[in-house]
Design a protein around this ligand. Sequence first.
Ligand code: SF4
Length: 482
Amino acid sequence: MSIDTTSRSALDDDHPRGLLQQVTARLMAKRAAAVAAVPQWADLREQARRIKRATLAGLERYLLEFERQVTAHGGVVHWAGDAAEACRIVAEIAAANDVCRVVKSKSMVAEEIGLNLFLEQAGLKVVETDFGEYIIQVAGERPSHIIAPAIHKSRADVGRLFAQKLKIGYTDDPATLAAHARVVLRGEFCAAQMGISGANFGVASTGTIVIVENEGNARLTTTLPRVHVALVGIEKLIPAVEDLGVFLALLPRSATGQAMTSYVSFITGPRRRGDARTAGPGLEERFGPEQLHVVLIDNGRTRMLADPVMRDVLMCIRCGACQNACPVYRHIGGHSYGGVYAGPIGSLLGPGLEPRTSPPDLPFLSTLCGACAEVCPVKVDIPAALLHLRHQAMGGATGKALPYRRLQRLLMRAWASAMAGPVRYRVASRVLGAVLRTLARGGRVRRLPWPFHGWTEIRDLPVPPRRTFRRDLNRGRDGRRA
Ligand code: SF4
């Protein structure tokens, strides 16, 4: 389905649109309050941008250092060039460890590579443990927001979904719904042999994976099963632990308006002899995972790195603030973008990571108002990158759209010539007025012929009147003279 079709049907549906407007407005208000409480916010953003840019400039060195450190702490690093290779690596780790049940904490890169489907087709049971992701999994949908995957669902929607799919009595009480999920998921945590997580940051100097979350499910995913697999996009690295302070100040405030999330986990290697035991009510004693596998995923990132404009997009820390700020996203919702990543950042990551399968009109799904860039904690110049992709889509780099550009140039010349003198202008307006009047239906021009048809796809035109202001003005003058 094209972007045009999906966004039109999203616009026709008032229910998710109303929800989106409410929730994103609430998130933006919380973000604004949290940011206002930090006087050095502008400095933090600048610092984050500097760190990310420097890391991307020396990415190869930092990746190798990260690999050395993970290995030195007992972990295993795997390198995946694309989505298929990443999925194959995870499936092989599962097979080598007789894994049949997997729990997963929230990971956008796992969505990106289509991991759940791949593992399920290999016969594994995969359960999402983030509440929003769990809802989406039960519904059989894709996430529609980076940090709030089920943002398009009301509590009544979730109540109906659980009643229908999980066969529990209908309720729209969030606490009851969450309690039900908690009971189900607690059993899954205990039974799973493998836990799969993403990573918010990878610290090169220590080989540490940092996960920021609010529900505690990522901590259970990474400590209870005997095998932990962390999926890390190669752009997630930062040089040292000292750099984390900047990002841990920016990320939660930008994402949810919190000064700090409930959990920040630092994972350096698998369990070691003498590590503290973890246990809780209803849980047998566990010691942390016996194995830690880190899958470093490229999947188009080095291609983006080679493009001086798209390279900056890799600075993104996936806070979702640009989605909340975007007037287009707030109207059409995440599913209209046709890919894993939605909103302004999705319009860049889609074509950047998957240029062959990404809808070609994705970079045009923006008003270029700049609200996204204003809220971005790492100062990604989203409008500039969107313009860059639009230029490419119109054949700027390849000359693919040469006939279109020639026609455009011809029309602009004709327009310039018509505007070059009063007589030409009058003749051109009369001719144009007459043409538009012949095309009018019911007092409006609803459809223009090719090559102007795009103009009337989403708007119509008033019919130019026969009696113009200029004619009346001239007649008035003539009358006064007579
Ligand atoms: S582009 Fe910026 S605002 Fe958007 S998700 Fe990434 S870090 Fe957040």
